[in-house]
Design a protein around this ligand. Structure first.
Ligand code: ATP
Length: 269
């Protein structure tokens, strides 16, 4: 159980209850505005625990806007209305400690962005900030995180080498290891393989399929084959709306909406 206390002392202490149901996260009537531009409207989506949900749609359809809103990365950039329910709490509320919430809902970005530090320090940085200094504990977390990100065997003898000396694919898997080191429930990934070659992309996909044993994963991707290969559920975004949301096998074999069919068969976008 984790306490969520906002930094402002006058605000409430909120407590996450342990998950009792199969839903990891749900949005209700989510709208996102950049100034006057309503980039996302009426998004109602539910994310099942330990499943991969892919967000697909043409450029500018609102996928990243939606994803970034899920752990409040749009704070200060956009106005977000509606509810984002996580463990019975609305994390879109101003009573939420956003930094604490992001320990539960982590994000991996499009371009690998390791710190200019060693592999070991990349993974332990956030933990040290949180007051974890026990070397044995940190060592164990580094090993577990790198194993889960499927790169322990490659880097176990060079943990103190600079992360910037790794290949792009390894850097991205290090970023995944860094995100899971703080033991989140949910991983948000914004086109995590778009900057990588096909081999590194396949490795990231394998890693995601293993990670879903322990994490709920929400991924934005432009790659239809990738969405079909890895996702259990797929949401199709179009002009700032979720037009269709279903099991991936249904979306990719018999979508209900013509525009979805056009998009997945490459007829627009
Ligand atoms: N920081 C921002 N400031 C202003 N407008 C933005 C910002 N980010 C996105 N937008 C606008 O919001 C709309 C949705 O963009 P978004 O990036 O969410 O789409 P997307 O589906 O993720 O596209 P892509 O696949 O190209 O990343 C677009 O009209 C875009 O111009």
């Amino acid at each position: 159980m984790a306490d969520l206390q906002t930094t402002a002392p006058e605000r409430n202490i909120l407590t996450f209850s342990e998950p009792e149901h199969e839903l990891a996260l749900a949005t209700k009537d989510l709208h996102v505005y950049y100034g006057e531009n309503e980039a996302l409207r009426e998004a109602d989506l539910q994310f099942e625990r330990y499943k991969i949900t892919a967000l697909i749609g043409a450029s500018g359809s609102g996928k990243s806007t939606f994803l970034r809103s899920l752990n409040r990365m749009n704070d200060g950039v956009a106005r977000v209305t509606g509810n984002i329910m996580y463990r019975d709490l609305d994390i879109n509320s101003n009573q939420i400690d956003v930094y604490e919430m992001r320990r539960h809902i982590g994000m991996v970005f499009q371009r690998p962005n390791p710190f200019a530090k060693s592999i070991y320090d990349n993974i332990t940085f956030a933990l040290r900030q949180r007051g974890v200094h026990d070397k044995q504990e940190l060592d164990e977390i580094v090993e577990t995180s790198l194993r889960q990100a499927a790169m322990w065997d490659q880097v176990k003898d060079e943990l103190h080498k600079s992360a910037l000396a790794l290949s792009g694919g390894q850097q991205q898997r290090l970023c995944i290891a860094r995100a899971i080191a703080v033991k989140p429930d949910i991983l948000l990934l914004d086109e995590p393989a778009s900057a990588l070659d096909p081999v590194a992309t396949a490795q990231i996909e394998d890693t995601l399929l293993k990670l879903k044993e322990n994490y709920t994963i929400i991924i934005v991707t432009h790659n239809m084959q990738q969405a079909a290969r890895v996702s259990d559920y797929t949401a199709f975004f179009h002009l700032g709306r979720v037009l269709e949301y279903d099991e991936a096998r249904k979306i990719f074999t018999r979508p209900k909406v013509t525009i979805t069919n056009d998009y997945i068969s490459g007829n627009f976008g």
